[in-house]
Structures are given as structure tokens and as C-alpha cells.
Write a protein of this length. Sequence first.
Length: 453
Amino acid sequence: MTWQYGTDAAPCRPFEDNVGVAGAGVPTPRGRALGVRYHEKVEVHGHLMDTGVLARVLDDVLDYGGDYRVDHIDLGRSHDDESHAVITVGAETPRRLMRILMRIQVHGVNKLDGGTAQVEPADRDGVFPPDFYSTTNLETVVHLDGQWVPVEHPEMDCGLVVSHGRVRTVPVTDVRAGDMIVCGIDGVKVVLPVTDHSSRIYAEFKALGAPLPSSAQPQAVLVRAIARQIREAKAEGVQVLWVAGQAVVSTGATPALVALVEAGYVDVLFTGNALATLDVEAALYGSPLGVGPLRSGRVQRGSEQHIRAINAIRREGSIRGAVESGVLTEGILHAMVKANKTFVLVGSVRDDGPLPDVHTDVVAGQRAMRAALRGVGYAIMIASAQHSVATGNILPASIPVACVDVNPATVHALTERTSAHAVGVVADTGLFLEELAAELVADYRPARPGPGG
């Protein structure tokens, strides 16, 4: 179905009238006297209606002080067909128009006339040129010297540095004076990840991924679907990243995660000082202080056992050193070391200790996390809002993500922020991990001990 605006569908006013014009199925915004002088034609492909992409694009244009006219929209006939829209976007100044065009690129919107990328040198360390191109986490290509060059390691909220015919993302902290930085929107296009609407797993996630799977059956279906995705990722030779919070230990799910590590389903682990310390404490003393079936309430006036666990690891120099010396003989981090898997610990100002492996410089922690993403093709975030947000900031949108938390608001925020393939599951951490381990590890049988071990 093709709609051409300005025909019988809806009378189209001249763009200079400063009123966005829309037709059937597209809300018409209120007129506003912007005196629009600068405009650009853009296009967007995809499932524009059922995913709400078109509405979000138009809302963003207005929120950024711009205006629009929908020139053409071609709606797919079947559920699996993609739609295509051409929109004229306008603003009062070239800089505002540029910011609008960059903003709506997060939805896969590109200029109809791509143009050629403009580059400028950074004039100092740690500072981009004023009109630098701000990246999305979508697959991106840059038009240089007559060819489209793919951007290496897509990441949101970075710049693009051009060097020897290659283009890569660079965070503002890492830009150096003299780096050639892409500026403006010309010559930059993004590519939305392909979503197979007809696939069984998409149907399951679409129907059940909303943050309300309170009954056992929907959660079981989602666990099986996530387990299938993890198996497929491993079969394709990509790594599985886990981002985990301390609730993994405090809900008694340590044996489940250990089983998943030993079975080869955990290649990279991102977490903080809290999970690592509770895991070590449980391994050394049987149960973290203040956590367990016979303990309730907060530990008052300090955590003596907690800091003793940290001190024991610091005496060995590192977690790996503690494993190799025989001080640390069980637990999640013990399993990661024995399996020779990668873990990155990034701390915060409230941490006890911290453990010697913890990055206390957050910029250094970000760099370590970026370095560990090479080869990752699937990510599961569980019970860790802060580290999950940090991971979502550096993950390409093409990597499927599963977000699990007991808090529906956390699940919703993470799925909105991370990947086009993100799936949210509201569930108890311990129960979810036990079900997932039982699904993936043939001989796993939940021991169901008290929390902490």
C-alpha cells in the first residue's frame, strides 16, 4: 500500500507554512511558527507501524525544535513486509537541523542524499571538534573517497575517527589531538538490525517479553527460548557475555551459574566488587555475613567477615592468584579462572576493599569492558542495573540481549536502551538461573540450598 501525501489522503500545505502534515494513521502535530529555512529529505525502512518507530521519529523531530512533512509512505502488505517512508525534516538553523538528523538516526533514519563525510582534526586531547558526529550503536557506514566504509566496533555516544582508510568509534576520553574526526551528518548512514517477524523465537518474545510473566509457564517458555539462543550463539562460534549482580549469590544461584560456566556457556563476565566479594566470602566462610536462611536484617556496625574475605584475596595478589595458591577453591570466580574465561570487575565509590582485580578508575574499567567484547555475539544481563546500563552503552545494537530482573522498571529500561533484539524477563534471579541451568546443562540438578551456597 502506497500513500502519497498532498493527494486525496490529506491536503498538503507548503513546507514554509511551518505545519507538519500527516495522513492516514499518522498524527498531525500542532502548527508552530518556526520560520523554517533549512530542510533535508530523509528515509527510513522497517516495521514502522507495529514497532512504533515512525511515531518516535516524528516525536523526536518536534522535541528537538524541528518540523516535518511526511512526503511518502509505503506500508508492507503482510506482517513480514517492511515499510518505507520519506520525510522532509526542517529546522531554523543548520546546526539544529544537524542535531535533529543525528538524533533520529537512532531509529535507522538516513538522509536520502547521503553525501560525503567531512572530517576535521581534534585540536586537543579529550575534546571532539564542535560539530562532531555523535554515534549510535547501530551498524554504521561512512562515505569516504567514493566508497562506503564500515565502522569498526559500533558504540553509542562516541565519535568517529578516520585513519588509513578505516573508521572506528572513539570515546571522548580517548580522542587525541590531531585525530581526524567525522563532523556533521553528511556521508554517514546507519543500518537497522534485521528482525525476523516470522520466526518462532520472535513471536515468543513479542508475546511474552513484556514485563509481566508472573506465571510459571510463560517464564519457562522464555527460559527455553533464551537457552536456545545461547546454544545457537555457541554453535556459531561467538562468545556469550554475562552481566551479573550480587543477587546471583544472595538468591542462592551460585551453583547454577557455576554449572553454566563449567559447561562452557559463560565466556565473559562483567560485574562489580559486590558480587565478587560475596562469592569469595561464601567460598571461604560458607555464607556471606547477613545472607542466609538463619540471618535476617542488615549487618550493623561493619562487616568483619566481608573485609576478611577481601583481605584474603588481596594477600594473594589477585583472584587468579588465590585460585592457584589453593586459597579460593569454589564459587563463580573460581570456576571462571579454572575455565580460563574472562571477567571484568568495575567498582564504585561505595565498595568495601575493594578486591585487587577491581577497576577503581571507571574510564579504565570501560576500556577493559570494551576490550573484552571482541567476539561476543550474545549477552545476558541479570540483576545488575548499573553494570547492565554500562554494558548497553558499549554494545552494538546487532547483538541480541536478554535482560532479567525482579523489578519490571529495570527490565523495561534495559530493553529500551540496549539492543533491537533485547528481550525482557521479570523473574527471581535464583529461580531463573536454576531453570536456565537445568535447560542447558544435562546433568544439572538444583540442590536448592539456602541463599549464599
